[in-house]
Design a protein around this ligand. Structure first.
Ligand code: GDP
Length: 370
């Protein structure tokens, strides 16, 4: 390569040193790359609402993302979307499903869902409340990969549990997502949860029918199930009634039936039923759904359906107030710093719990809230 440029280092005083001109380098940035492709900006409220009402799944998903967001300006916009969708919501069957891990929830939701979707008019949204996702930063409930057949069905919409925040926060977001799904035309809503804790109460307070999925096995099925969860159930279904397991499921069915007789009458007047089925082998599915249909007819006829929904609306108003007060309080930087200090003082016995609480509450009510 001939050197056409002058380099001072090539002067005779620097003999022994030869500097060649460089090679032209290709640009380090791909000129063909299009900018701004990574994340589309969040559409305007009106665009989201319009899309949702047309049943546009992309707009629905984006709006749910807005609900799940923790950014304060997102919160306000999400509330606007919900408010505008509210008049179009409410026309669905809301069904809660719970069961311990391994009970067969995902297998069952898959086949129950396909059963529901045999009706060409049916649209199904599967949502979830998973309090553990707070810790594991990712929810397995409502995960598409667990519901193989539903996940590819054009009339099904599957959304995993919102993962951030308290149980109250997670539950509120799921409840708000129900509103959007209904406005988008989903006339069947499943809300899944793990049958181990408090989340059942939250699910129970947002659904019309609460289904408890059980498995038979050890002979003492009733142990380990919290009485409160059984009391909430409108139906108990014992899964895995197939092969050698059939006699065990029948025994469990008899046990559950007699246990339920000892319970006080339900506020709806409906007598919870106990059925057996096999999610895996798809046995007894129409019978389970027949029970659920009969329940809906029963409570719509006796007025309990509307009464319960009105009660639930009130419940969610108070829940939302509680949740917002808590988060406003705990998310305040000044309160957080004061709490950190008081926390140590209380722990080391230098302060009483009550005066510490008083101090931080005074600070909140007198200085911050104003
Ligand atoms: P989940 O944790 O409640 O969602 O439970 P899965 O649906 O993942 O099921 C747990 C295990 O039970 C899986 O290995 C399933 O294949 C199995 N299973 C689910 N339903 C049935 C059933 O009806 N019969 C039998 N024999 N196994 C089942």
């Amino acid at each position: 390569m001939t050197d056409t440029h002058h380099h001072p280092e090539n002067d005779s005083q620097f003999a022994g040193l030869t500097v060649n001109s460089g090679v032209v380098q290709p640009p380090s940035v791909n000129p063909y790359m299009q900018r701004g492709r990574r994340r589309k900006p969040m559409p305007e409220v009106s665009e989201l609402v319009e899309g949702i009402l047309k049943g546009d799944v992309t707009m629905l998903s984006r709006a749910v993302t807005l609900i799940e967001s923790t950014a304060p300006d997102h919160y306000a916009r999400a509330q606007e979307v919900i408010e505008k969708c509210l008049p179009y919501s409410g026309k669905s069957k809301r069904i809660g499903l719970t069961g311990v891990p391994g009970a067969g929830k995902s297998t069952s939701i898959d086949v129950f869902g396909l059963h529901v979707l045999k009706d060409p008019e049916a649209r199904l949204a599967v949502l979830a409340i998973d309090p553990s996702s707070e810790r594991t930063k990712g929810s397995i409930l409502g995960d598409k990969t667990r519901m193989e057949k539903l996940s590819v069905h054009p009339n099904a919409f599957i959304r995993p549990s919102p993962s951030a925040g308290s149980l109250g926060g997670v539950a509120r977001k799921t409840r708000e997502t129900i509103v959007l799904c209904e406005a988008a035309g989903y006339n069947n809503i499943f809300v899944e949860t793990v049958g181990v804790g408090q989340s059942e109460t939250a699910v129970h307070s947002m659904v019309d029918f609460f289904l408890l999925i059980q498995v038979a096995g050890t002979g003492d099925e009733l142990q380990g199930i919290k009485r409160g969860i059984m009391e909430m159930a409108d139906g108990i279904v014992i899964n895995k009634a197939d092969g050698d397991n059939i006699p065990r499921t029948q025994l469990a069915q008899a046990q559950f039936r007699s246990a339920l007789q000892l319970f006080p009458p339900t506020p709806s007047g409906w007598k919870p039923e106990v059925l057996t089925y096999s999610g895996y082998f798809e046995l007894g599915i129409p019978e389970v759904w027949d029970m659920i249909d009969r329940y809906f007819k029963f409570v719509k006829d006796n007025g309990f359906f509307d009464q319960k929904r009105r009660q639930q609306a009130r419940y969610w108003m108070y829940e939302t107030i509680d949740e917002q007060l808590r988060s406003h309080f705990y998310n305040d930087a000044d309160i957080a710093a004061t709490l950190l200090k008081l926390d140590r003082e209380v722990e080391s016995n230098r302060r009483s719990s009550f005066t510490a609480a008083r101090e931080v509450l005074d600070r909140y009510f007198n200085d911050i809230k104003k």
